[in-house]
Design a protein around this ligand. Structure first.
Ligand code: NAD
Length: 519
């Protein structure tokens, strides 16, 4: 995105409990419980992808702005860490209630800046809300172990304690759900947070910050800095940031992991994906075609769990493609506020990049069975439109297959056997999600065991784990060893301690320089 330089607008301090819906105008930071424009002199335009109109300018943080946010988080940490679990979970419950009441407002904000259709935006908020619900149970999740009389009159117990100020850096495609994979758990565990959202759809972050304030979260526990690489780089090396939770593309995820860990931080960095869906000869082809369309074209393919490679095994290709074509013909592409099935892509640049992959696939010999390049959308003439696109006879060396496209482009590959299909998935550098469609339980069981992917669907196309499980891929889809939310999230946002205790009885004593053993 092009950057424009403009004088920093005046900071506005809202009346503390107002949650404003309109994602327009100037979008600044949120530090110590108030909006601020900070000191950075640069802004970037925010667009409505369905109209192509610039609807706002987002402030891009300077190093000083990041330092101010981290200082606020560090100052709030001691008191928040010592706030009782009942008080902390009470704030979480209030946040959840307010979010549940007002989520249509937040969904509208997502649609206006991301472009995904309203029900999909609402679904995103609901999946994020589930993590807040999970985090309401934090007293139970933080219970340690206790062993009485581990050695004679010696007891042992374990506790988990928060890390301090933690950073969350999120991508454009889920401006609410992805930050919420992390911050409810981080906050519930007693940490304080600095969130750096995507500069493409920044408004939701400020809305959520205001909601936290209304829920009673003390100032400084949740902060937002808007920005780009400058802000990310400062967070990755700031001495007071204890951990980094990143979600985005693989090259940046790798960079964040390497830079953050080199600076001594705990890092989980979730990257890109190329998700395969296998359709075995015995599958219900109507179910599989529905699933392929939903998972390939939902959110215009801008989901890290989208299906982009459809692997037709053992001769089902022709029937499957025919059924997908039939379904795709019924889809309406248009403005997400008007009841369309699929919205625009996030920016014009991204739209053109995705279209160029379709061109390249066609030139390399793939058959363009459904061509989204000539879609007639129900939306603005300057919107970033590309309709559902189906490419058949794609082969593994084509760029449409090797690269993560992140658009509404479904590529069909045809193979003869299950083994060839498995080999395709396992030789791919990504390992985020995958799905198998079959009625053969034995084949499905074999697949779940053999496939090198973190999240697997059996007759389920987008197997995003529930909040009480953990979300994360394998290989180039995740750097680090902790997945998001669930018990792995609690583990990531806390450090363990084990305490060994002896209360002496007055009679005992004596020297013994040997290594302590159990007796
Ligand atoms: P991105 O990598 O461009 O940006 C992610 C974040 O990194 C943003 O906050 C951005 O401001 C920042 N950033 C961008 N370039 C940077 C740089 N050079 N140095 C430091 N920071 C930088 O990703 P995106 O386009 O916003 O999101 C789409 C990508 O995210 C896709 O690859 C998708 O698969 C991936 N994704 C993965 C998951 C997952 O769970 N694995 C979930 C959602 C999205």
């Amino acid at each position: 995105d092009s950057l424009s330089t403009s004088p920093a607008p005046e900071g506005t301090t809202p009346d503390s409990s107002a949650v404003t819906a309109a994602p327009s105008g100037h979008i600044g930071h949120w530090i110590s419980g108030a909006r601020t424009s900070g000191t950075g002199a640069t802004t970037a335009p925010v667009t409505n992808p369905a109209t192509g109109q610039v609807t706002g300018q987002v402030q891009l943080a300077s190093v000083d702005d990041v330092d101010a946010a981290v200082a606020a988080a560090a100052a709030a940490f001691p008191a928040w860490r010592d706030t009782s679990l009942s008080r902390r979970s009470a704030v979480l419950f209030r946040f959840r209630e307010l979010l549940n009441e007002r989520k249509p407002e937040l969904a509208a904000m997502i649609t206006a800046e991301h472009g995904k259709v309203l029900d999909d935006a609402l679904g995103e908020v609901s999946r994020g809300q589930e993590v807040a619900e999970f985090a309401c149970g934090i007293p139970h999740l933080l219970k340690g172990g206790f062993t009485e009389n581990a050695s004679t009159k010696v007891d042992v117990h374990s506790v988990r304690q928060p890390l301090g100020p933690v950073a969350i850096i999120s991508p454009f495609n889920f401006p609410v759900m992805v930050p919420m994979w992390f911050f409810p758990v981080a906050i519930a565990c007693g940490n304080t947070v600095v969130l750096k959202p995507s500069e493409k759809d920044p408004s939701a972050s400020i809305w959520m910050a205001e909601l936290w304030k209304e829920a009673g979260l003390p100032d400084g526990v949740f902060n937002v800095v808007q920005g780009d690489k400058v802000a990310v780089d400062r967070l990755l090396t700031h001495p007071d940031i204890a951990s980094v939770s990143f979600v985005g593309s693989t090259p940046i995820a790798r960079y964040v992991y390497e830079t953050g860990t080199k600076a001594g931080k705990r890092v989980q960095a979730l990257g890109g994906a190329k998700n395969h869906m296998l359709v075995l000869p015995d599958a219900d082809l109507d179910l599989a075609a529905d699933a392929a369309v939903n998972a390939g074209f939902g959110s215009a393919g801008e989901r890290c769990m989208a299906i982009s490679a459809l692997v037709a095994v053992g001769g089902v290709g022709d029937d499957l493609v025919a059924k997908i074509v039939e379904r795709t013909a019924t889809l309406r592409t248009g403005d997400g506020t008007r009841g369309a099935d699929m919205g625009p892509l996030v920016t014009q640049v991204h739209r053109d990049k995705v279209a160029s992959y379709v061109d390249a696939g066609e030139q390399a010999g793939a058959a363009v069975v459904v061509d989204g390049r000539d879609v007639t959308p129900d939306g603005g003439a300057d919107g970033f439109w590309l309709g559902p696109t189906l490419l058949d006879h794609v082969t593994p060396e084509m760029s449409v297959y090797t690269d993560e496209i992140f658009g509404p482009v479904l590529s069909v590959l045809r193979v003869d056997t299950y083994e060839q299909a498995l080999e395709l998935v396992n030789s791919n550098p990504y390992g985020n999600g995958t799905a198998i469609f079959t009625n053969d339980g034995g084949a499905a069981r074999r697949f779940q065991n053999e496939v090198e992917v973190g999240m697997i669907g059996i007759n389920v196309p987008i197997p995003v784990p529930m909040a009480y499980y953990s979300f994360g891929g394998w290989k180039n889809s995740l750097f680090g060893d902790s997945h998001a939310h669930g018990t792995e999230g609690v583990h990531f946002f806390t450090r363990g301690k084990v305490v060994t205790t002896r209360w002496l009885d007055p009679s005992h004593g004596g020297l013994n320089l040997g290594f302590p053993t159990n007796a």
